[in-house]
Write a protein that binds this ligand. Structure first.
Ligand code: AMP
Ligand code: MG
Length: 410
């Protein structure tokens, strides 16, 4: 048997980063930037007001106070989006709205609250300033966020919502990113039935295709559903051929020792393939190789094993293809509630719900851990790791938990 780390290393050794493509910015969430973004503009483009108020010359407000207003002549108004033609000279002010460019001559903005704006007569031509303003008060400087000519985002950055906003603020409609991998998914098994069909006796619905496709989407890939192959060579070869234009081919089932497991035989004939027994539970049997140049990962058929091995092996492969550098899931320490026995020296990934109480993490096992009990994944946000060299963990021990989901751990 090989370790989880050995299996992952072998898999990633076959995986290359995909090529870059120009994409509309809103399609790039979670993708890796494939170019340096050099700003062609200043953001903001001009000095502008951070407040609704009056653009003034700071010097003119010297000695201003609640009891000693300094009156300035209002020579115009500048709303956001326009540029004032007036120049502020000594003794004058321009009424200005947030975001509007500061008129020439002015060097400070006094917000309405510090003027007699509310008491002012509607057609009065003067404004009373009730506070002293320093030069630069309430002025956002041109280029203070992004300076023209600077590298604003570096190649290799994972684009999140803020980065997409920054691209928009530079006026970029599209950028070069590493493209998303197309991941073909094929379920196998004579007993497996498509969810659009009635369920005959002795059969089960195909859940693996859907849990895997959802995982592929979650991590940024594009799932390509190949459906179900029957446990015979012709059916399997025909389906596999449909997936040869993808970047990664995932099959489920048929890799364990079983009479009808033809996947192994077919793959051995059609491509290069290794069959591994990985020292882990759930999910011991695993196949990896390539079919006509397409990397192929053969996951076990049991619905929980399928999902867990996807997280451990397929997810890193997909992220590597996407140019990501980090494919580790967060691992935290938690006190385990309940005990886990380890009888055969494999690393156990036990489904658990991690919760924070009084500032500490607790991991509650989700009940029966059979690898066919898919609902146990719905009530888990992490996998408690029981090391292969331990014969188990007892309730109350500190354990490591690989978090699948953070959102509901608090
Ligand atoms: P196998 O690895 O092919 O021996 O399958 C192991 C177990 O997982 C069997 O009980 C299968 O019925 C079940 N199984 C295999 N493929 C699927 C699937 N696509 N959806 C749900 N269960 C499956
Ligand atoms: Mg099978």
């Amino acid at each position: 048997m090989i370790s989880v780390e050995q299996a992952l290393e072998k898999i990633l050794g076959y995986i290359d980063v995909l090529e870059a493509k120009e994409s509309p910015i809103l399609d790039t969430l979670g993708l890796v930037l494939a170019e340096d973004i050099v700003s062609t503009v200043n953001v903001p483009p001009l000095d502008n007001s951070a407040m609704d108020g009056y653009a003034v010359i700071a010097e003119d407000t010297r000695g201003a106070g609640q009891q000693s207003p300094k009156y300035l002549k209002v020579i115009g108004t500048v709303p956001a989006g326009s540029i004032s033609k007036q120049e502020v000279i000594r003794g004058t002010a321009v009424r200005i709205m947030t975001g509007a460019p500061v008129p020439s001559g002015a060097d400070a903005v006094v917000q309405f609250e510090n003027t007699d704006e509310t008491q002012r007569e509607p057609n009065s031509s003067e404004i009373g300033i009730l506070t002293e303003a320093k030069v630069g008060l309430n002025i956002r400087r041109a280029g203070e966020d992004i300076t023209k000519g600077s590298v604003t985002l570096r190649q290799g950055t994972v684009l999140q919502s803020a980065e997409i906003g920054v691209l928009a603020s530079l006026g970029r409609t599209s950028v070069r990113v590493i493209r998303r991998p197309v991941v073909a998914i094929l379920s196998t098994g004579d007993e497996v039935v498509d969810i659009s069909q009635p369920l005959p006796p002795g059969k089960i619905y195909n859940s693996n295709t859907y849990s895997l496709a959802a995982l592929v989407k979650r991590y940024g890939g594009i799932p390509k559903l190949l459906g179900i192959a029957l446990d015979n060579e012709d059916s399997l070869i025909a389906k596999l051929n449909e997936g040869l234009d993808s970047d990664l081919l995932i099959t489920t089932g048929g890799v364990s020792v079983g009479d009808y497991d033809v996947v192994k035989d077919v793959l051995a004939k059609e491509g290069e393939i290794g069959f591994w027994r990985v020292r882990m539970k759930p999910g011991k049997p695993l196949a990896f190789g390539s079919i006509k140049g397409v990397p192929h990962l053969g996951l076990p058929g049991n619905p929980v094993s399928t999902m867990v091995t996807f997280e451990l092996f397929a997810r890193p492969a997909i992220l590597k293809m996407m140019g990501q550098q980090n494919w580790t899931k967060p691992i935290i320490e938690a006190t385990i509630e309940g005990s886990v026995k380890n009888t055969d020296g494999r690393r156990i990934y036990a489904r658990a719900m991690v919760e924070k109480r009084d500032g500490q993490y607790f991991a509650r096992l989700t009940g029966p851990q059979g690898s066919g009990i898919l609902t146990s994944m719905t009530s888990a946000n992490g996998l408690v790791i029981v090391p292969e060299e331990r014969d188990g963990v007892e309730a109350g021990e500190l354990v490591q938990v690989m978090m699948l989901d953070w959102d509901n751990a608090f």
